[in-house]
Design a protein around this ligand. Structure first.
Ligand code: KG4
Ligand code: ZN
Length: 336
């Protein structure tokens, strides 16, 4: 089964084709970063308009470069949420219209389920059950995964998501958008002799809170001369505090569930320091850790094609209605 995957939930137009037996055939990504850069963040209306411009040509290119014809596509998967409503609608309407024209099923995919299943695209995929840490721009989630669609929420951020904290802290340090990779690069030049708090690790539970850490970082920055060296040191201390906090909570989630397998995905999982800290923790626990390749940590069409393919294979699909949800909890998903 060939599945066309469409991702338009935020600032990347992702298109991919996944085959149920042959695996990933083609993955194309167009990033709007340069366009939003002038504004210091994503401008939702500009994002929607750019998806409108780019999506259909990218779908055509993806099918052509896969050396397929549209008649060979067996299903279409599109991100139906959570995300920016206008951006989601572009993908959903395009997917639904093409599916109707080609007389094939369409399936609405949860963006975070796409992230969660992204490590399945790798050569050595994890087996279920596992604990998943999803760290993106809008979400920080710890989930017990027992099957595709069987997700039990163990913990989540009560305020800023991990990526959001990176982006806001980067802004504070005068770095551009998107802040995560820029802050991470700066942190490489710093030395984290400053000890920042590891929020909510001194009390039981698996929830996160990063907004206090952001304020602590601002106060620490204001207490310096704000030289390039100061900023690099602050970035390093911030990054280490996030990495440690995530690691402490993951270890706790594994202990609570009795599992040894950890999957880490979402944009922030591209962060080398976080990858290293979590890998070190898992090694000590004699467990296993799985990440997507860095380009599949951030938004992409491949993860949507993969997730949609699993659901289509299980016989699930949508009717002619257009499904989009700006907010949508993974706990609401059903298994397949
Ligand atoms: O998963 P993603 O591409 O989009 C959402 O679903 O939100 O995640 C984007 C987030 C942004 O906050 C971005 O700054 C962060 O992931 N990010 C990083 C890195 N690469 C992307 N944060 C820290 N270090 C990175 N290397
Ligand atoms: Zn994402």
């Amino acid at each position: 089964m060939y599945v066309l995957g469409i991702e338009t939930s935020c600032d990347e137009t992702g298109v991919a084709i996944y085959h149920s037996q042959r695996g990933l055939i083609k993955d194309i990504l167009y990033s709007q970063i340069a366009m939003h850069n002038d504004y210091g963040g994503v401008v939702p209306e500009l994002a929607s308009r750019d998806h409108v411009r780019k999506l259909v040509p990218l779908i055509r290119q993806c099918i052509q470069e896969s050396q397929l014809s549209s008649t060979e596509i067996n299903g279409i998967a599109y991100t139906a949420g959570p995300g920016l409503m206008g951006a989601l609608l572009v993908g959903a309407v395009t997917a639904r219209s093409l599916a109707w024209t080609w007389q094939i099923p369409a399936i609405a995919v949860h963006h975070m389920e796409g992230h969660l299943l992204a490590p399945m695209l790798e050569a050595n995929p994890p087996t279920m059950p596992f604990v998943a840490l999803l760290i993106s721009g809008g979400h920080t989630l710890l989930i017990l995964v027992t099957g595709v669609g069987n997700y039990q929420l163990l913990g989540e951020s009560l305020d800023d998501a991990a990526g959001e904290a990176f982006d806001k802290t980067a802004k504070m340090l005068g770095l551009g958008y998107p802040g995560g990779p820029k802050l991470s690069n700066l942190a490489e030049q710093g030395f984290s002799q400053l000890k920042f708090p590891r929020p909510m690790t001194d009390r039981p539970g698996l929830d996160f809170s990063f907004s206090g850490l952001k304020t602590f970082t601002m106060n620490a920055l204001n207490a310096t001369e704000k030289t390039a060296e100061d900023k690099a040191n602050i970035a390093a201390a911030f990054q280490e505090a996030v990495a440690d906090t995530l690691s402490i909570k993951c270890k706790r989630a594994l202990q609570q569930t009795g599992l040894k397998r950890l999957v880490v995905a979402g944009g922030v999982s591209a962060n080398q320091r976080i990858r290293a800290t979590l890998t070190q923790m898992i090694k000590k626990e004699n467990g296993e850790i799985y990440f997507p390749r860095p380009e599949f940590c951030t938004d992409n069409g491949a993860m949507i094609a993969y997730a949609g393919c699993q659901r289509l294979l299980a016989g699930q699909h949508q009717d002619l209605e257009i499904y989009t949800h700006a907010r949508w909890s993974v706990s609401e998903l059903s298994g397949c």
